[in-house]
Design a protein. Structure first.
Length: 199
């Protein structure tokens, strides 16, 4: 495997260490940074083939880092790592141009698959609209589309039930049907699918 440099930006040292070991074992050259500022000042922007960054960091977060890279016209694939409750942030990151996002804790093979996919897709911002996603969305009922829109914006079931004036149980039923019809295992995957079909 060619030694493509993967840059990891995370304020958690244990995350940096484990990702560094994982990517190194997979044959990549890895550069790790404890903050967005250190990464931007490092001089590795030219050699970075893919960036993996945490979305929540002190000072400049992952989305701020993406915006700064865009401002500097620096383009490479960005994978954003998010905590379980950070779906709205992940949506913002994808809209800001992230190639993918992955929820912590993640399986090593899921992260490596995301990196491989990011390197294949390169820095193409705005992947082509996937017609299969559009077909799946078209197969949803009007109510399911309403529920999905709120799910994708990170609203929990309780809030969705209040906003649509339906019961919590009804939201749960819609949610499981939406995931099944869209072919998504969880909300994170649903967000990825919807955004890949939304360009």
């Amino acid at each position: 495997m060619s030694a493509q440099t993967i840059c990891v930006v995370d304020d958690d040292e244990s995350v940096r260490d484990s990702l560094g070991e994982l990517l190194d074992a997979a044959g990549y050259t890895v550069e790790c940074f404890p903050s967005a500022e250190k990464f931007l000042a490092s001089g590795t922007l030219d050699s970075c083939a893919c960036l993996i960054t945490d979305v929540r960091m002190p000072n400049m977060d992952g989305i701020g880092l993406q915006e700064e890279l865009a401002r500097r016209s620096v383009r490479f694939p960005v994978i954003v790592m998010t905590g379980h409750a950070d779906v709205p942030l992940a949506v913002r990151a994808m809209r800001a141009g992230a190639t993918d996002f992955i929820e912590k804790p993640f399986k090593p093979e899921a992260l490596l698959a995301a990196v491989r996919q990011a390197l294949v897709s390169g820095s193409k911002a705005g992947t082509p609209r996937d017609p299969r996603v559009a077909e799946r969305i078209a197969g949803l009922t009007a109510r399911e589309r309403e529920v999905m829109e709120l799910m994708v914006h990170g609203h929990p079931n309780k809030v969705i039930a209040q906003k649509l004036d339906i019961s919590f149980r009804t939201v749960e039923v819609h949610r499981s049907r939406i995931l099944a019809k869209m072919g998504a295992e969880n909300v994170a995957e649903l967000v990825r699918l919807v955004l890949s079909g939304a360009h």
